[in-house]
Structure formats: structure tokens, C-alpha cells
Design a protein around this ligand. Structure first.
Ligand SMILES: Nc1ncnc2c1ncn2[C@@H]1O[C@H](COP(=O)(O)OP(=O)(O)O)[C@@H](O)[C@H]1O
Ligand SMILES: [Mg+2]
Length: 232
């Protein structure tokens, strides 16, 4: 692939899985043969920290890193546009983990520069309204920016427990899925599974592949038009 594709994981709600899905999607893309870079824009620097800890496991060994993890402070709005411009010269897919907040100008710039905006959420009483608010914000930016904001929205119902949900709740969630699909692609659900917490930024994703594939294949297809791995 010659172009750079920027994918930002965003939702102002914390704990929905932005960081986890960003890192696991990086591992998924590497398995598909895509060059990947992670830009950690979260103040907590969770992916950067995770990489540091993962490296300790391989101390003294010559380990080949599947992708780089860099960080950027998006409150530095004056440097952000130059930073993004430079990213566009790196070949491959750039995955950005964004902070859980709406009131940052930097986040708006980031979203406007993204080819895809991936928004994890869960079906519950607090997360759905927050996600509605996030979608509303995106729509307002789109209205203001016109075709300067072209990123495709992808919504991922994450951390789903198949044992939870009464009949009326299941019906409500189905309505939510339908309503959300007016604004973007809603992928199949990702289950709540302890293996999702145990991802590594160095070794591959054998433990997570089966959990995330149905959702991630949809994103991959939206990017490449196929689910076949890259050949060159
Ligand atoms: N599908 C999942 N199954 C189990 N745990 C998950 C899943 N997705 C995320 N988590 C866990 O939920 C918590 C919040 O996820 P995180 O990725 O940090 O969310 P965010 O970045 O949106 O705040 C973390 O402890 C993470 O390990
Ligand atoms: Mg996070």
C-alpha cells in the first residue's frame, strides 16, 4: 500500500475500549501484512506504557517490533497540523488512540484529518447516550467543515456479555444499532473476554483473533474493499 490511512479511535466515554481495540487492531493489521504505526494521544499513555512493559519480557533479547508506538500531546494544537502532515508521509496505517474528552480543539483537528473514526461503545444506559452525544458532535463538525471532514464512522459494540440483557433490553439495543447505522457502519459485537485485556504490543494476537475478527474484518473491508491480506 502506498497511501497513508489515518484511523482514530474516539468516544468521549472512558472505558469503552478505545485503547484496547486500537492496540488489538494494530496486531490484526500486522497479521494481514499492513505496515502500522500507533500514535498514542491519550494523556494516560496506556499503549506507550504497555509497550514499555511488554519490552521487559524480552529484555536482553533481540526482539523485532511489529510496529512503532509514538506519542503526541494533542493539546499542542499549534504543532498538530504539522505532525499530521508528517504522518501522511509514513506508508501504511496510522492508528490513533485519542483521549476520552470532547472539549479539545486538538481532537476536532484529529477527527477532521482521519479517514476512519472508530467509536467503541457498549449497549447500556450511560454509554449509549454518551455515544449519541459523540455522534452528534461529529455531525456538527461535518456540517461546519463540509467536505474537509470526510472520515467514515465505524461503531463497534464492545464488551458484550451474551448472558446479559432482558428481552426488552435486547429489543432496545437492536433499535440502537439501527439508529446508529444511519451515521456509520455498525460492526458485529465484540464479546467481553479476559483475553482482550491480555493483549501484547509485541507478540501477535492469537488469543484475541477469534474474538475480534467478525468486527475487524468489517473495518478492514471498509479500508481495502476485501478481507484478503495485503500481498505486497
Ligand atoms: N472486549 C473486552 N473484553 C474484556 N475487557 C475489555 C474489552 N474491551 C476492553 N476491555 C477492558 O475494559 C477496560 C477499559 O478499556 P480501555 O481500552 O482502556 O477503554 P478506553 O480506552 O475507552 O478508556 C480495560 O480494563 C480493558 O482491558
Ligand atoms: Mg484509553
Amino acid at each position: 500500500m502506498d497511501d497513508t490511512i489515518i484511523i482514530t479511535f474516539a468516544n468521549q466515554k472512558g472505558g469503552v475500549g478505545k485503547t484496547t481495540l486500537c492496540a488489538v487492531f494494530a496486531n490484526y493489521l500486522v497479521k494481514k501484512g499492513c505496515p502500522v504505526l500507533i500514535v498514542d494521544c491519550d494523556a494516560q499513555q496506556s499503549i506507550k506504557e504497555r509497550r514499555k512493559n511488554d519490552l521487559l519480557v524480552y529484555e536482553g533479547q533481540d526482539v523485532k517490533l511489529p510496529y512503532d508506538v509514538v506519542s503526541f500531546d494533542i493539546t499542542k494544537t499549534d504543532q498538530l497540523l504539522v505532525f499530521i502532515e508528517n504522518l501522511k508521509h509514513s506508508r501504511g496505517i496510522v492508528l490513533i488512540d485519542s483521549p476520552g474528552t470532547l472539549d479539545l480543539q486538538g481532537l476536532v483537528i484529529l477527527l477532521c484529518s482521519s479517514d476512519f473514526i472508530v467509536c467503541p461503545f457498549h449497549y447500556d444506559r450511560t454509554t449509549v447516550p454518551s455515544t449519541v452525544e459523540f455522534i452528534g458532535m461529529l455531525e456538527r463538525i461535518r456540517a461546519e467543515m463540509g467536505n474537509r471532514m470526510s472520515g467514515q464512522l465505524i461503531l463497534i459494540p464492545n464488551r458484550q456479555d451474551p448472558r446479559v440483557g432482558k428481552k426488552n433490553e435486547l429489543a432496545l439495543w437492536e433499535q440502537t444499532r439501527e439508529a446508529f447505522s444511519n451515521y456509520g457502519i455498525v460492526t458485529p459485537k465484540i464479546a467481553v473476554r479476559a483475553d482482550m485485556e491480555r493483549f501484547s504490543t509485541i507478540s501477535d494476537l492469537d488469543n484475541q483473533l477469534e474474538i475480534v475478527s467478525p468486527a475487524f474484518d468489517i473495518i478492514y473491508k471498509a479500508i481495502f474493499g476485501t478481507i484478503e491480506p495485503l500481498t505486497n
